[in-house]
Ligand binder design. Structure first.
Ligand SMILES: [Mg+2]
Length: 163
């Protein structure tokens, strides 16, 4: 497989290790965050404490929107309440369905935006096409997933060019 995805930064750890200074160095002023497995375990609508603290710091330094392919309106509303952030659902990443709304909210040049997510073929591919900085992180629940999911993830990471 040809590795056509080249994330700006790759973390072999979850989102909480993404450091503010590294984002500032890249002239990033706005963040598009993936939801499931990037900032929350799927179907929980709950923030783990480390992620909660990380988000608090990020909120003080960046404009943030959450962009998710999740289609459950009721769940998305619960997530909005928990995060206190704009949450755009039905995004159909890697396609462009939700991105227009995200860009309207952020109102920043694409070059000053970073997309952070755990999925190369959705989050990173989308970000790369739009000229965002792209930050690939490890899934929050990777350590408790069944084996078949692990293999799918490995397969997906084979599209990623290591720096
Ligand atoms: Mg995800």
């Amino acid at each position: 497989m040809f590795p056509f995805l080249k994330p700006t930064l790759i973390y072999n750890d979850d989102v909480t290790k993404v450091h503010i200074d590294e984002l500032k160095k890249l002239n990033i002023n706005g963040l598009i965050l993936d939801l499931d497995n990037t900032i929350m375990a799927p179907k929980t609508a709950r923030l783990d404490l480390p992620v909660k603290y990380w988000l608090e710091v990020m909120k003080q330094n960046f404009k943030i929107v959450v962009l998710t392919n999740n289609k459950k309106a009721f769940y998305l509303e619960a997530v909005r309440q928990v995060l206190e952030l704009p949450v755009i659902g039905f995004a159909k990443k890697p396609w462009s369905v939700g991105i227009k709304e995200a860009l309207e909210i952020l109102n920043l040049p694409n070059d000053n935006i970073a997309i952070i997510g755990d999925r190369p073929l959705t989050d990173i591919w989308l970000g790369q096409r739009y000229g965002f900085k792209t930050i690939l992180v490890r899934a929050l629940t990777a350590h408790i997933e069944p084996k078949w999911k692990y293999f799918l993830r490995k397969l997906e990471w084979s599209f990623v060019k290591k720096q």
